[in-house]
Design a protein around this ligand. Structure first.
Ligand code: 6GU
Length: 233
């Protein structure tokens, strides 16, 4: 008997001028476990060593004037070129508030890639020529402005990593997440069955799997109608 074992290792390279921001969120819980299990490789690259000027600056004044600095081409291009020497990339994604808004379907699609780069923007933006010539995709995590793309890159990385087969155990399977079938997840309860007179719905204690599944589906639909009606269109 031949036992085939597939391991899908995803490689995520993040380019940033604030690498220390990633120390906490990417080194705990599910993301940490995924790295330990060898299911993902996550590399954080500091942009600063790729500068070509003495001052080690990565930004400069905007042509045409106006407030706000612009991230320069050279460090970003040199960093991406260095990465491309060792891997080929399916996507080079720029994190920016004017990108395509992230949703579960984009996460699912991106999680099928083998190698991706997430480039974090800062200041007033990056030289448009980077976007025109090097970037394959632009992603935003919503219509509000963050100080930089780092938090957004962590959101993207986290949402992809948990979809990689083997990262979650069966109990917390990504298939039962909210949004996976365009429905929000149903309410959940655990012991005790009664607390301060607040009761768990009786059906969940019935042991009848069919009725419980029906109830959960109904509750999912009810919640989605109430909180995200557009998902049902
Ligand atoms: Cl990707 N970057 C920044 N700076 N702000 C954002 C964002 C990204 N997504 C939403 N707001």
């Amino acid at each position: 008997m031949v036992l085939w074992k597939f391991t899908l290792v995803m490689r995520i390279d993040i380019i940033t001028c604030l690498p220390e921001l990633f120390d906490g969120p990417m080194n705990h819980s599910i993301v940490k476990r995924a790295q330990k299990k060898g299911l993902i490789e996550l590399y954080i690259h500091d942009l600063r060593p790729f500068t070509i000027n003495k001052q080690k600056s990565i930004d400069d004044y905007a042509y045409g004037g106006g407030a706000g600095m612009v991230m320069m081409i050279e460090p970003i291009d040199r960093c991406i070129n260095e990465l491309k020497k060792h891997s080929t990339y399916d996507e080079i994604i720029f994190m920016t508030p004017d990108g395509d808004e992230l949703n579960q379907s984009t996460c699912n699609q991106l999680s099928l890639n083998k190698n991706i780069i997430l480039l974090c923007g800062h200041y007033k933006g990056i030289d448009q020529r980077i976007r025109d010539h090097l970037i394959t995709r632009e992603i935003s995590i919503g219509d509000y402005v963050l100080s930089g793309g780092e938090l957004a890159a962590m959101v993207v990385a986290d949402s992809l990593i948990r979809l990689i087969p083997g990262v979650l155990n069966d109990e917390s399977s990504a298939l039962t997440d909210s949004f996976q079938d365009n429905l929000l997840a149903p309410p959940v309860y655990t012991r005790p069955a009664v607390y301060k007179g607040w009761e768990v719905p009786k059906i969940l204690l019935s042991g009848n799997e069919v009725l419980i599944n029906d109830w959960r589906h109904e509750e999912s639909i009810k919640r989605t109608k109430e909180k995200r009606p557009h998902l049902l269109d």
